[in-house]
Ligand binder design. Sequence first.
Ligand code: ZN
Length: 609
Amino acid sequence: MHTLSSHSLPAPVHYTLTPAHPGAHLFKVSCELAQPDPAGQRFWLPAWIPGSYMIREFARNIVTLSAEAGGRPVVLTKLDKHTWQAASVPAGVRLRVEYEVYAWDLSVRAAHLDSTHGFFNGTSVFLAAEGQTDQPCTVDILPPLDPALHDWKLATTLARDPSCPVDEATAFGRFRAQDYDELVDHPVEMGRFTEAAFDVAGVRHEIVLTGRHDCDLPRLCEDLSRVCAWQIALFGTPAPVSRYLFMAMVVGDGYGGLEHRASTALMTSRKDLPYRGMRGRSEGYTSFLGLCSHEYFHTWNVKRIKPAAFVPYRYGEENYTRLLWVFEGFTSYYDDLALLRSGVIGVEDYLALLGKTISRVLSGSGRLKQSVADSSFDAWSKFYRQDENAPNAIVSYYAKGALIALALDLKLRAGSEGRVSLDTLMRILWQRHGLTGVGVEEGAIFDLVAELAEQAAPGAGRLLARWLRSMVSGTEDLPLVRLLRGFGVDLKMEAASSAPSLGVKLATGAGEVKLAQVHDDGAAQRAGLSAGDVLIALDGLRVSSGELDTMLMRRTPGEKVDIHAFRRDELMRFEVELDPPARHQARLTLRETADATALRLRKGWLSGG
Ligand code: ZN
């Protein structure tokens, strides 16, 4: 049985949290205030979680809610979808709200609880006390009541309350945060997980894996420690944290990550983890390392170097910024680059990853309609709420943002004979915004780019800033072929298959040949086919998803084929004129005959010199 010492006083805002009913997926939580608002204390739960730009209305998962003060019930009135107001209570009387949170969202963004483990983000479980979010708070995180779960342990980067002993064996106990922002920026995992640790630059890095797995932990530690060391060196020591936690939920099929100030919550497929005796590196493992690298880079870029729009976070509504191409795009550029520069992957692997990013951007016509500035601004209603028309309407501020970072890096390097680069820009952002906490205003990146380029070559600053603005707020494709050529790298666009194109993307795993997406102006769309249609036959022969490509391979572009398809339950017939194979696959190769300047620039870019 776990008890907390009675001599330690809770903070003015004090929470308790218990994984009370794992079978019903319910956390029981209380919030106690020493000095509630005499006019009637308000409480609210965030509508979104920083890092995931979508209104999720976490308060919908609060199942029961009650309040008491001095042993008497206090009436709570709901004011809107996530705000409650308590009736006023006499001065000097503590007000306590108790509630249950339904936790059955297996993602990195919310909360999950069953008899195998518990996970939560503070934004899903801790009610904020209006007017008191700047106050220090304490939270007692208690172990499960069920004796069968007595061996659960806890993992989090929340600071332990120094005045209160923590159960060393399980780590359950009292934690402390300077304010509400800090409280909700340290997710918590509990259960029977496996642990590993490594030290880099004086920072303790811990890995916690929940779920069944056969991960080669020493291998993972070895690879991650290189990536972390490289990133810390990029921004300079000391690192912004003294402790960092990678917490991963291992599942059969899943992928995702969310950044926090001293940790990241990850979701990964079991098969993407390295196993003992694995030779080389699987594609899945490379992608998992890229995910870890991405979230770790956010420790600087977005958790500390923040858009002004996030200073402070406003949890009840959308926080609009046109800069996600910097905070997600630049992070996406550096996630794979860090794998290369830290020696975890080789140049060929890196160029293949870069090729994938280029292909992703160029395969959607949405890039010709939406700028990355607009995509950032509309993340809440578009990028995070994609439907079947997404490739025709949306550009990814991750993928195109990464290409803008690449193009900017190459331009800065080429214009300064390698003395100035995107690394320089990141370090200045860290000095001016990360260390000071001053948010990055919407136009600040352009000014900074102008300043850097001007230093390298007088007169170049304004030009480069103007170019960057046009790339960010326009829809023109980036001049990557030309830029890469200057670095001794050839970029060619190829077709993934020699089969004529229908201009569609098929749904996976459906068993039937269902159209997931129909590309604007493609053969299928011109013929009247639509996303959701299920193809039945091509020229009178039954179609299966595995054989569609083989059937099309025997046709030529311009040829007409007869397609039968179901739209809902109605059989329809379409005459489709086939297109030439789409050349969306980017292939990057090192040019053998590159001149000395190109070779020097290339070496600097790929090795980080
Ligand atoms: Zn990110």
